[in-house]
Design a protein around this ligand. Structure first.
Ligand SMILES: Cc1cc2nc3c(=O)[nH]c(=O)nc-3n(C[C@H](O)[C@H](O)[C@H](O)COP(=O)(O)OP(=O)(O)OC[C@H]3O[C@@H](n4cnc5c(N)ncnc54)[C@H](O)[C@@H]3O)c2cc1C
Length: 434
């Protein structure tokens, strides 16, 4: 399975003529944020002959570890990569076996597993949601851009109209190197792909993210197959969800036999500060979790905490409170459609395995909407054409984001932290799998 050809054709047909030509204006677009949404948007604009420059706050492509692995869905993430002309690159690095899903109780008994059928066997590719490391995905997208497309170390503060609304420009901290470097750069459109704490969103909407009630502590184990074969066997080829007492340990296999474990805990927002866990050396943080949080869990599961602390203990584990925007999150389209937002900036929600997939699809469709707006339409100004395209793009994205957020809320209550623990999660999963 892959995105159905009819779906690809219908998306392209919806947006119409994309490439600049004698009667089609080349669009100059600023994309804020080089996450998955922004990178896909920039790639698709460039693919169709438009100009796209990414402004990214991080200093370099390697400034931050990109995190674990993502399952890439046919109807969203894969569709976006196909529209970006990157299916071959994606398939070369994707791990179909990573779809495997296990659910365990706190005694480490596996209550559910749905190992994907091996290649060639009946049922192979049934869901076709292969896993891809976030780092690999980012690299595929970065490599696909024209050289020099990303302005690293450019923290955007906002945006405003220029030339009476015929153009838009980005705002940077006054007196900063970025402000000097990018002064006077004007664009036809700006895509805010700058994540949950977007600096572009406030131009469109007063909404701010609120705490979901869950904190995530992220632990990593390198080369588990050779260093910790028992842990590797317990986790399997995909993701192990150990669930009990309204606590979760979610262990995901990444490429290279690496394992990332997320400890998800429904705790007050002040928990990281109260416990000091975010500033503890890894060994102490693992010991804290083992003693104070997962004390009566099986040693086979606690091994995930201990193994993560082995080796270099100079760094802390990333500790993140999870936030979400109110849903549905809607706003009035910016005049002339010259500023829009995509991905987490538009609809950050409780993680349900779809956020990055939707972000990529948003980025793809925003790019197609802008690319197609260069065509002349009788009786309409260029601004009116772009505004119409963005109104339509935002309408669909907002609906899609709201549906996904509702799904995330349901999964939080009924799958990750249900009253009945792992057994209830298994029942739900069986029901959902049909
Ligand atoms: C714990 C956890 C697990 C998840 N698991 C999954 C999963 O399994 N599957 C899935 O599909 N999704 C998952 N998600 C959701 C997914 O990570 C996000 O939805 C996705 O990364 C959003 O992409 P984005 O490009 O919109 O934003 P981001 O990935 O947040 O990228 C935003 C970019 O903008 C940059 N930026 C921010 N501010 C500025 C600024 N002012 N100026 C310039 N640049 C700026 C940032 O540095 C970053 O590079 C998970 C989320 C969490 C928290």
């Amino acid at each position: 399975m892959a995105p159905p050809p009819e779906l690809i054709a219908s998306v392209l047909a919806k947006w119409g003529n994309l490439a600049p030509g004698p009667e089609h204006i080349k669009q100059h677009v600023a994309v804020v944020g080089a996450g998955v949404a922004g990178l896909v948007a920039a790639r698709i604009l460039q693919l169709h002959g438009h100009s796209a420059t990414l402004f990214e706050r991080e200093k370099s492509p390697t400034a931050r570890f990109q995190g674990g692995t993502l399952d890439i869905h046919p109807e969203s993430g894969q569709l976006a990569l196909e529209l970006a002309g990157l299916t071959k690159e994606f398939r070369a690095l994707a791990r179909p076996e990573g779809e495997e899903m296990r659910i365990a109780d706190k005694d480490a008994t596996i209550l559910y597993t749905d190992a994907a059928a091996p290649p060639g066997a009946e049922g192979e590719g049934l869901r076709d949601r292969p896993e891809l490391d976030r780092g690999h995905l980012r690299q595929i997208l970065l490599d696909s851009l024209e050289p020099g497309s990303v302005e690293w170390g450019s923290a955007v503060q906002g945006a405003e109209d220029a030339q009476g609304g015929a153009k838009v420009q980005l705002l940077f901290e006054s007196g900063s190197a970025s402000a000097a470097k990018h002064a006077g750069k004007l664009f036809d459109a700006i895509i805010g792909a700058d994540g949950a704490w977007s600096r572009i969103r406030p131009i469109l909407s007063p909404a701010t993210p609120t705490y979901t009630g869950v904190v995530s502590v992220e632990l990593g184990i390198r080369a588990a197959d050779t260093r910790f074969p028992e842990i590797a066997a317990l986790v399997g080829q995909g993701t192990l969800h150990a669930l009990a007492d309204k606590k979760a340990l979610i262990a995901q296999r990444n490429s290279g036999g690496n394992i990332r474990t997320y400890a998800w805990l429904p705790v007050p927002l002040s928990w990281p500060a109260d416990t000091g866990i975010a500033t503890m050396p890894r060994k102490d943080a693992s010991a804290y979790l083992r003693t104070h949080v997962y004390a009566d869990w099986s040693p086979r599961l606690l091994a995930l905490l201990d193994a993560a602390a082995e080796g270099d203990d100079s760094e802390q584990y990333p500790v993140r409170a999870l936030f979400q925007l109110p849903s549905p999150h809607a706003w009035k389209t910016y005049p002339g459609g010259r500023i829009t937002i995509v991905g987490d900036a538009a609809h950050v929600a409780y993680p349900n395995g779809e956020g990055a997939n939707l972000a990529m699809l948003d980025g793809a469709e925003a790019a197609l909407a802008i690319a197609s707006a260069g065509a002349e339409v009788e009786g309409k100004t260029a601004s009116a054409v772009l505004e119409g395209k963005i109104i339509e793009f935002e309408r669909v994205m907002i609906e899609r984001g709201a549906a996904s957020a509702a799904d995330g809320d349901m999964l939080k209550e009924q799958f990750i932290f249900p009253e009945g623990g792992a057994k209830a999660a298994v029942e739900l999963f069986r029901k959902m799998a049909g």
